[in-house]
Design a protein around this ligand. Sequence first.
Ligand code: ADP
Length: 410
Amino acid sequence: MHGATALAGGVILSLNAGSSSLKFALYRVAGDTLESLLRGQLEGLGVAPRFVARTAGRTLADEKLGAGALDHQSALDYLLAFLQRQFPGLVLAAVGHRVVHGATQYMLPVRASATVVADLDRLVPLAPLHQSHTLAPIRVLLERLPAVPQIVCFDTAFHRTQPAVARRFALPRTLTERGIVRYGFHGLSYEYIAHALPALDAGAAAGRTVVMHLGNGASMCAFSAGRSAATTMGFTTLDGLPMGTRCGALDPGVILHCLTELHMDAAAVEHLIYHESGLLGVSGISSDMRTLEASADPRAREAIELFAYRIGCDLGALAAALGGLDAIVFTAGIGEHSAALRERVCRAAAWLGVELDPEANARHAARISTAGSRTRAWVIPTDEEVMIARHAQAFLAAEPCGAGVGSTAG
Ligand code: ADP
């Protein structure tokens, strides 16, 4: 029996673990396509957990759970129990996961095993905000549902097509050879956009596009014919744009100054640049764009201004890497929902041929540039979960026989 046959009608669970959330989606395999059964998230883990699940626009659950009680492991247990209640006797054909860092060793989706998890665990220092959280559900499921195949997808993988010059730091070659290179992240989101773009703008899909993934984490990617040519994040998820609490690109001399002159230790510097900087650090108010946009405090304005300014500068740099620009795409929480931020970015990109249609932008239309705009501007909601499920489906379909189909979800 071929893997594709074994998968038919099967159900794939997508898990996307963040620092304080676990997003999930459930799909039924219908031929080559995936039928969405439900999706949702457990958010506020460790602080004020809340569970939300929806199907076809209908809310199935919206519950506040005991304050602080839920960590990533118990969140997964909660989810599995919920799925069993919704679909008694549910059999999972596969579980797909997003893992932030695969380094040079893992460039393509891989089946989870104790060895793979141990390899990926060694990369925790490269993405301390995320890697261990994304590994937690894999570990739990290897134990609880050992017969269910788990397919791990990497945020770094989409960027494997970049030319060497875009990946290299100007450091001695011995460090480059040890894997100290620019990897890039948000790959599943970019891959989703790369798949969605041709239907909207065939010219941009075949040409030069800069995609802006603007959420709590934020990065930008230059697409050449739908493939990653350059990106703003680098060796870790710190580089590039300022983010909710991360500083983005920083003169490395600042780190040395913190260590030698301010006598901070490495842990304090790590906390500073991952948790106390970005929109939160500049505003002193919040890491959340909605809060900043609603604030009359001039520091909130300055934080937004800096965010937009840096996006504009990096847009110029990525357009230079592409040798021109046919389109830009906004995605993720801020990119999809903040008309004000998009307006700032588009206006600053007038020199690159972007002409904003303010009315289309205000109503969050898909195309927010005028009909005559030389460079088109699009808003495309991202969907990392369906990308994960598609990878799991493709991975198992390519296997010679359907493996592991047959364990209940709880
Ligand atoms: P994550 O990286 O955690 O997945 P998201 O992609 O959900 O983050 O993006 C979160 C960001 O999106 C927050 O800064 C939030 O304030 C912002 N955001 C969400 N909705 C809106 C909105 N309507 N207007 C402005 N910003 C928004």
